[in-house]
Design a protein around this ligand. Sequence first.
Ligand code: CA
Length: 159
Amino acid sequence: MTKFVFVLLVLYLSKASGGCRDGWERFDSNCYLLSQDRTSWSEAASFCSALHSHLAIVTSDDEFNFLKSTIIHRNGQRNQYWIDGTDEEVEGVWRWASIDQKITYFNWGRGQPDQTQHANCLHLWSGSGFQTADGVCETHLNFICQSVYNDETDTMMFG
Ligand SMILES: [Ca+2]
């Protein structure tokens, strides 16, 4: 009986935290994790993948504003954050790597992108209020993982 109550409590707490794993923030139908560590863009992508997620795919002003306020709330005005976009294959043609789709929503910081063929990975840049900038993929930056909000999966796997 005690065990049953405990399971119910865990289920309740999982619900209460929005169905995202500990440390992840919910927005809409997704969960987001701000990294504590800095890595290259490809290492960041692998890290997210290992957590059954991908680098953040930002597709609206609302989503952008959520990430910006979460960054500032959690970590202040510091740091840059890799997200999923890259123009590694064709210079100037930006794609979301994890879903292999051309990017249609952009939120470039002023003067961005400014590094052309040397900078093929997208990050949220503190210098422009966390609007996007192109960055050199090998640079070690923080990053944001994104996963689908899934009540049952989260509760069962991580509750
Ligand atoms: Ca480029």
